[in-house]
Design a protein around this ligand. Structure first.
Ligand code: SAH
Length: 401
């Protein structure tokens, strides 16, 4: 098909003045409630977006079911979407070359933050793990272009797709199993900050590692000392980084499969000079309560819970959860102790998180000094005009009294 006819084939979606104002402010989403007309537009198609008067605003990906009906991909007409995709993937890869160091595991493509809404690609050494989150990215021609660019440029041993059934249901996409899209390797080891990790795509929790914490692991290790407790340790990300700096390290998680991988990771990094890490399968809230009442003391505590506030509605309950955890941890820290406390809830802003921490410190009769206020690793870029791309908070604080 000649490109001009492809262009003329794009259907138009008209949006409300409120939707247009949002785009003008630099955001890339338009909610369904701001769609004025989208007659005949097929799920997942490329559309031409205009304001209520018919003025062209740009080209977008359309979802027929998500509350986010429109995700802008360009403020210009797009003639060849697969070609644009390939170019954007190349740019995302090039961007990492400048900002990612000391690792062969990092996020290569982070959806909107790389101008590829609905596509996430992580690299674990020679394996790529891909997630498709929208109707548009799930189209056959789009998938083919993504795979072609990733294999041409990175030559991975394999590419795996990780499917979240809930996402496919929300996008009204047919069910699909997680599995290989290219090559046949499903496990490997990767290295970050000189620590080795196992990656097994088809076993355990199938989630891979929390790559967004990579730089925070290294930061935390700088201040860690003495006896350390890594709460919500998953496969040992923080614990393994703290071990070379500490006299004793304990990791706590409620997931046995995660702790099994943590133990394998510990074996990969075993050195005579590094203390052996103890892994405890437990509910973190119960364990912290027990430890606090039995007067256990630590010099370093990491808190990296799952998102407690997944939506705005959960915010209040979520903040109570964060406060309880932080309060208990602060009570257990010795003077001079280090608290590394995280939240991956987008709905909890950095200032709300710091206010919670201040209030927990007051209640625990502890004085805290902020050592570092950090966010997600640079391979998870933050697009300033799209606040939703910034979600991780990691505060490192020192207990002075
Ligand atoms: N710190 C980890 C990531 C933590 S993800 C890293 O850097 O890799 C959150 C973890 O919390 C998951 O491993 C999950 O199994 C665990 N978890 C969730 N609820 C829990 C609970 N109530 N008690 C203990 N662990 C819990």
């Amino acid at each position: 098909m000649p490109s001009s006819s492809k262009l003329s084939a794009l259907l138009k979606v008209k949006i409300s003045p409120r939707g247009a104002a949002r785009l003008k402010a630099g955001h890339v989403w338009v909610y369904r409630s701001d769609i004025v007309s989208a007659g005949g537009v097929a799920p997942g198609s490329l559309v031409s977006v205009s304001d209520h008067r018919g003025k062209f605003l740009g080209t977008a990906l359309y979802s027929s079911s998500s509350q986010i009906a429109i995700r802008m991909i360009s403020d210009e007409p797009v003639r060849d979407f697969p070609a644009l995709l390939r170019q954007r993937i190349a740019h995302a890869i090039a961007y990492r070359e400048g900002i990612v160091h000391d690792t062969n595991a990092y996020r290569i493509i982070f959806s909107e933050a790389d101008f590829l809404p609905g596509l996430i690609v992580d690299r674990y050494n020679d394996i790529l793990s891909l997630q498709i989150l929208t109707q548009a990215m799930d189209a056959d021609a789009v998938r083919q272009a993504i795979l072609a660019q990733l294999t041409d440029q990175l030559h991975p041993a394999s590419i795996l797709e990780r499917v979240d059934p809930r996402v496919r249901e929300l996008e009204t996409l047919p069910p699909r199993a997680s599995g290989l899209l290219h090559g046949d390797r499903t496990s490997t080891t990767f290295t970050m900050n000189s620590i080795q990790f196992r990656y097994d795509a088809l076993e355990g929790q199938k989630t891979g590692a929390f790559l967004d914490q990579r730089e925070n692991y290294a930061a935390a290790a700088q201040y860690a000392h003495g006896e350390a407790l890594d709460v919500f340790c998953y496969q040992g990300g923080f614990a393994l980084h703290l071990a070379p700096r500490c006299s004793q390290v304990t990791g706590v998680d409620s997931s046995r499969p995660a702790l099994e991988v943590a133990d394998q990771n510990a074996a990969l990094n075993r050195r005579e000079s590094v203390p052996e890490i103890e892994w405890i399968e437990a509910n973190a809230f119960d364990l912290l309560k027990d430890y606090a009442t039995s007067n256990r003391r630590y010099d370093t505590i990491v808190l990296d819970p799952p998102a407690f506030a997944k939506s705005k509605r959960d915010l209040e309950a979520g903040m109570r959860g964060y406060k309880e955890l932080n309060l208990r941890a602060l009570k257990m820290l010795r003077p001079g102790g280090i608290l590394v406390t995280c939240s991956c809830s987008y709905h909890v802003s950095q200032s709300t998180f710091l206010e919670m921490l201040a209030s927990a410190a007051l209640d625990a009769h502890r004085t805290l000094r902020l050592v570092e206020v950090r966010g997600q690793a640079k391979d998870h870029p933050i697009l300033l005009s799209v606040p939703e791309t910034s979600y991780l908070k990691c505060v490192i604080a020192s207990v002075s009294l």
